[in-house]
Design a protein around this ligand. Structure first.
Ligand code: ATP
Length: 406
């Protein structure tokens, strides 16, 4: 495990916030996909995708294994050519342009550093091949090693570094080329959880510092929520929703997105009019979201686990929408207790109750207890059925129980 490196401040610092020197980083780093499709034989990996990524954006493609994230990234990089559609970088159609001619660089999950070279030689390797003057190589390599907090380790070889440090060398090696767009394919995937979380914060800071466009691929929803300006949630080669992290979490567009990002808590419902929805075997609730559905159209009501209140029937707030159910299990997670409550229609709802005090935790209803789940109307969101129930299976594990079930 590595220590916390001294990274330069977000807006400047010794290495400077503005990327000067070299030519590649001048101009903008926007990415545009127009109707991009990629097929392998008769299999469609990416299907008619339209996407616009702004200059300087931290953009994440998130989705389960096989949904087409890497294929999309590889088409932007130039490692794959689209079967149909266009890729535009800075407004220029890059069809047929090989990867090395594009203003992009890619950081992969495997660092692929040269083991016999020092860090500075690894980082400067590409510049040396491009015959950049020695003084400039020295300056730019020093600048990037400082940016990733590895100046003191410059003379070490990769084997003398931790996994996280090696990944930061790989990052410096990409940034030293002054790309307009940095493509990152699960770069933290091989690292343990604690290290990954530390590097997420550092990566975001580095991105703000260098100000270039990052296109990031991950299947880890928490990682995507932590770092991104916008997230494209992908499923079966298509984007199901593209929004900022808060919108994707608070107002998922489909059942797939609701299930992949967080715990879905989907209650079957029917829109009864332009302004109301009826939860199956439950209350009719007035909500502006109902306007998106035709009368009698089926949909699902989503309430996130931390927004639900669990109480015994008598103690439940009478002025809030609620459903009745039976506690199936209760799991101590350290900072909170996770309860599973079965409500009408055999729907299992997850409730997270903060462990504010030991007494409050001890008084929570246990397995078999009849309870009422209530929520504020503004915490309920209606989603369309995406007809895909893979989301929950595909979603990474959400919880990390620190003690067994009570
Ligand atoms: P993961 O997170 O597992 O890397 P992903 O979302 O990045 O998944 P892709 O690598 O883009 O998924 O692959 C999308 C689909 O395309 C997968 O079903 C994969 O098997 C298929 N695929 C990718 N590359 C090829 C190839 N060269 N030939 C045939 N099929 C391919």
């Amino acid at each position: 495990m590595e220590g916390s490196p001294d990274l330069p401040p977000v807006n400047g610092g010794p290495s400077g916030a503005v990327r000067t020197g070299g030519s590649a980083s001048s101009g903008t780093g926007s990415v545009r996909l127009e109707g991009v499709t990629k097929t392998f034989g008769d299999f469609t990996a990416v299907s008619d995708m339209d996407l616009e990524i702004a200059d300087g954006e931290f953009f994440t493609m998130l989705g389960p294994s096989g949904c087409g994230k890497t294929t999309t990234l590889r088409m932007i990089a130039g490692f794959e050519q689209p079967t149909a559609g266009k890729v535009l970088l800075d407004g220029v159609d890059v069809a047929g342009q090989p990867a090395y001619k594009r203003p992009t660089n890619t950081v992969f999950q495997s660092y692929a550093l040269f083991p016999h070279m020092t860090l500075e030689d690894n980082v400067g390797f590409g510049l040396k091949r491009k015959k950049v003057p020695k003084d400039e190589i020295k300056r730019r390599v020093a600048e990037e090693l400082e940016r990733v907090g590895l100046s003191r380790e410059a003379k070490r070889k990769p084997a003398q570094l931790s996994g996280g440090q090696q990944q930061r060398v790989a990052l410096a090696r990409a940034l030293v080329n002054l790309p307009k767009v940095l493509l990152l394919d699960e770069p933290l995937g091989a690292l343990d959880l604690k290290l990954r979380k530390g590097l997420q914060v550092q990566l975001k800071k580095i991105q703000r510092d260098v100000g270039i466009t990052f296109v990031y691929v991950t299947h880890d929803q928490e990682e995507a929520l932590t770092m991104s300006d916008r997230i494209a949630v992908m499923n079966n080669g298509k984007i199901e929703q593209c929004d900022d992290p808060e919108t994707v979490y608070e107002r998922p567009a489909t059942t797939f997105v609701a299930g992949f990002i967080g715990v879905s808590n989907l209650m079957p419902a029917v829109a009864t009019s332009g302004s109301e929805v009826r939860i199956a075997d439950g209350p009719t609730i007035s909500t502006p979201g109902a306007a998106r559905f035709s009368p009698n159209e089926r949909c699902f009501a989503v309430v996130r686990p931390e927004k639900l209140t669990v109480s015994t029937d008598e103690a439940a707030p009478s002025d809030q929408p609620s459903v009745d159910g039976v506690v199936e299990s209760s799991l101590y997670l350290g900072t909170s207790t996770q309860m599973t409550v079965r409500v009408a229609g055999d729907v299992r709802m997850t409730v997270l109750v903060p462990n504010a005090s030991e007494a409050a935790r001890q008084s929570l209803p246990g397995g078999g207890a009849r309870v009422r789940l209530s929520w504020l109307p503004e915490h309920m969101h209606l989603v369309a059925d995406s007809g895909d129930d893979r989301a929950e299976e595909a979603a990474p594990e959400q919880t990390n129980p620190t003690e067994g079930a009570r």
